[in-house]
Design a protein around this ligand. Structure first.
Ligand code: NDP
Length: 478
C-alpha cells in the first residue's frame, strides 16, 4: 500500500504550495511505493526565506548547543535504523546489508560533525603593525544540498551535518527517485530540537534543484550527482558566485600488478565493483591486470563475481539488488551489447537473471575482456555491474591507462612492492586512492574528485571548513 508524504518545510510537514505530487516506485518490483509532494518554486522560496531568517540565531547558539542537537539527531537515527534501512532498500534497491551500513554511516557522520564543532579554527598571523592579525571562520548562510538516489540518507547527513554544526541553515533536495528516507531524516532533526527554519527537505525533480541553485539568497551548493548536472549547476551558480562542492561521477581503476596477493585480489576486488550493484561513484569499473598474470586474475575474479547472488534486496543473503529502474538496466545492457559488437567478450554475466519480478531492474555481475581503452564502456560511467578488463605490460602503461579517462575520483593499486605502491599512487590522478584495499572513502578524511569528478571535498575537517568563510581581522595594539 503506497504511503503519502508531504514536504518538510522549515521543519514541519507541509503539502506543496500548488498541491502537486509525484509517485515513487520500488526498484525491486516496479510497484508504487509512495505519493510524494512535489516542491514548487514557491516552496523553494519559502524554505530559503525561512532558512535566512533562522540562520543568525542558530549561528549565535553556543557551538556545544549546536553539537548537542546533532548528537540527539544521531540518537534518533540509531533508534529507527532498522526501519530506515528497510525503507532505503525499498526506495533505491540497495541490499539490506548495504542499507544497514549506510544507516551506520548516517549517524556516524552526524556525530563526527558534532564532535568537530570546536576543531574548525582560525589562526593568528605574525605582523609588523603591532597588533593582533587573525582569521576566524564564519558560516556562509544558507546551504543548498542536492543529493543522488544511491545513498540518500547518508548523503543527507554528509551534507547537512557539517553545514548545520558550523552555523549554516540547509535546504535539501533529495533525488525524486528515492526521497523517502531523507524526509524522515528531516522529521528527526525537528524531533532532536533543530530550530524551525534550519532545515527543509524538498522532493521534486531537477527543476527544484535548479530553483535552489538560482536563488540569490543561497550562499553555497553542495551537490552529489552526475558530471553533466554538476556542469549545469556550476554555470548557473556563477552569476551569484555561490561556493560549490561538486561530487560527480567516476571511472576508477583497480590496477593489479603481478607481485600482488592475487588470491586476495580475486576474492575481494569484485566487491569494489559490484557493491551497490555497480551504482557507486567509486566503483572500480576498470580492471587493469599485468599481462603475466592476466588469465589467472580474470579466472579468479570472474569466479568470485559469478558466485554473487542477485535477488530480493531485503533477503540477507543477497549480494546485488536491482538497479534503480528497468530503464537503467536497459541502458547498462546497451553498453554491454555495444562493446560486444565492437569486439569485447563476456567472461561472465551480460544478461538479466531469470526468475525475478519483471518490474525490477535486475542485472548480473558482468566481466568484459577484449575491451579497448577507447571504447565507450571503458570511458563512460556505466553505473551498473559491468567491469572492463584491460591488460598492461609496464608500470608506465598501467598509470597511463588509469589516467586515460575524463574522471579522477578513486582507485585501487594492488601490489606487494611498497616502492611501486608509492610511485604509482603519486602518478594516478584521483581525489582518493587505496593501496591493497577496496576502500578509499572514510568519513574522517577528505573525499572528492579531480578532473571531471568534481571540485571541493566532503568529509573530514575539510568537509566542515567548506561551509565556512575565512574572515581576516586586525586589532590594533598600539
Ligand atoms: P543526477 O545528476 O541525475 O541527479 C543528482 C541530483 O541532482 C538529483 O537530486 C537530481 O534531481 C538533481 N538535478 C537534476 N538536474 C538538476 C539541475 N539542472 N540542477 C540542480 N539539480 C538537478 O545524478 P543521479 O541521481 O543519477 O546520480 C548518479 C550520479 O551521481 C552518478 O554520476 C554518480 O557517479 C554520481 N555520484 C557521485 C558521488 C560522489 O561522491 N562523487 C557519489 C554518488 C553518486 P532528480 O533526480 O530528482 O531529477
Amino acid at each position: 500500500m503506497a504511503t503519502s508524504e508531504q514536504l518538510v518545510l522549515a521543519g514541519t510537514r507541509t503539502p506543496s504550495a500548488d498541491g502537486k505530487t509525484f509517485t515513487v516506485y520500488e526498484p525491486a518490483t516496479g510497484a508504487e511505493l509512495a505519493e510524494v509532494a512535489y516542491a514548487s518554486v514557491e516552496d523553494v522560496d519559502r524554505a530559503v526565506a525561512a532558512a535566512v531568517t533562522a540562520q543568525e540565531s542558530w549561528a549565535d547558539q553556543a557551538p556545544s548547543a549546536r553539537a548537542a542537537v546533532l548528537h540527539r539527531w544521531a540518537d534518533l537515527v540509531e533508534a529507527r535504523a532498522e526501519e530506515l534501512a528497510v525503507l532505503q532498500t525499498r526506495e533505491n534497491g540497495l541490499t539490506i546489508r548495504e542499507s544497514r551500513g549506510m544507516l551506520w554511516a548516517t549517524s556516524a557522520l552526524l556525530r563526527y560533525s558534532a564532535d568537530a564543532v570546536d576543531k574548525i579554527v582560525g589562526e593568528t598571523i605574525p605582523n609588523d603593525a603591532g597588533g593582533l592579525l587573525m582569521t576566524q571562520r564564519e558560516p556562509l548562510g544558507v546551504v543548498a544540498a542536492i543529493t543522488a538516489w544511491n545513498a540518500p540518507i547518508a548523503m543527507a547527513a554528509q551534507k547537512a551535518g557539517p553545514a548545520l554544526v558550523t552555523g549554516n541553515t540547509v535546504v535539501l533536495k533529495p533525488s525524486e527517485l528515492a526521497p523517502l528516507t531523507s524526509l524522515i531524516f528531516g522529521d528527526l532533526a525537528s524531533e532532536a530540537g533543530l530550530p524551525e527554519g534550519c532545515l527543509s527537505i524538498l522532493p521534486g525533480d531537477g527543476s527544484v534543484g535548479r530553483a535552489l541553485v538560482e536563488n540569490r539568497a543561497v550562499a553555497r551548493v553542495t551537490f552529489t550527482g552526475s558530471t553533466a548536472t554538476g556542469q549545469d549547476i556550476a554555470l548557473r551558480a556563477a552569476s551569484t558566485f555561490k561556493r560549490l562542492t561538486l561530487e560527480l561521477g567516476g571511472k576508477s581503476a583497480a590496477i593489479v600488478f603481478a607481485d600482488a596477493d592475487l588470491d586476495r585480489v580475486c576474492a575481494v576486488a569484485p566487491e569494489a565493483m559490484f557493491g551497490l550493484a555497480g551504482q557507486d561513484c567509486c566503483a572500480r569499473s576498470r580492471l587493469l591486470i599485468h599481462e603475466s598474470v592476466y588469465d589467472q586474475v580474470i579466472e579468479g575474479y570472474a569466479r568470485t563475481s559469478a558466485r554473487l547472488k542477485v535477488g530480493d534486496p531485503l533477503d540477507e543473503t543477497t549480494d546485488l539488488g536491482p538497479l534503480i529502474s528497468v530503464a537503467q538496466r536497459d541502458r547498462v545492457h546497451g553498453f554491454v551489447e555495444e562493446s560486444v559488437a565492437d569486439g569485447a567478450v563476456v567472461v561472465t554475466g551480460g544478461a538479466k537473471p531469470a526468475g525475478l519480478p519483471e518490474g525490477g531492474g535486475w542485472y548480473v555481475p558482468t566481466v568484459l575482456t577484449g575491451v579497448r581503452p577507447d571504447m565507450r564502456v571503458a570511458q563512460e560511467e556505466v553505473f551498473g555491474p559491468v567491469v572492463s578488463v584491460i591488460p598492461f605490460a609496464t608500470e608506465e602503461e598501467a598509470i597511463r591507462l588509469a589516467n586515460d579517462t575524463q574522471y579522477g575520483l578513486s582507485g585501487s593499486i594492488w601490489t606487494g612492492n611498497i616502492a611501486r605502491a608509492i610511485r604509482v599512487s603519486r602518478k594516478v590522478k584521483s581525489g582518493v586512492l587505496a593501496v591493497n584495499s577496496n576502500t578509499s572513502n572514510y568519513l574522517q578524511a577528505p573525499f572528492g574528485g579531480v578532473k571531471q569528478s568534481g571540485i571541493g571535498r566532503a568529509n573530514g575537517l575539510a568537509g566542515l571548513e567548506a561551509n565556512t568563510e575565512l574572515k581576516t581581522l586586525f586589532m590594533d595594539g598600539t
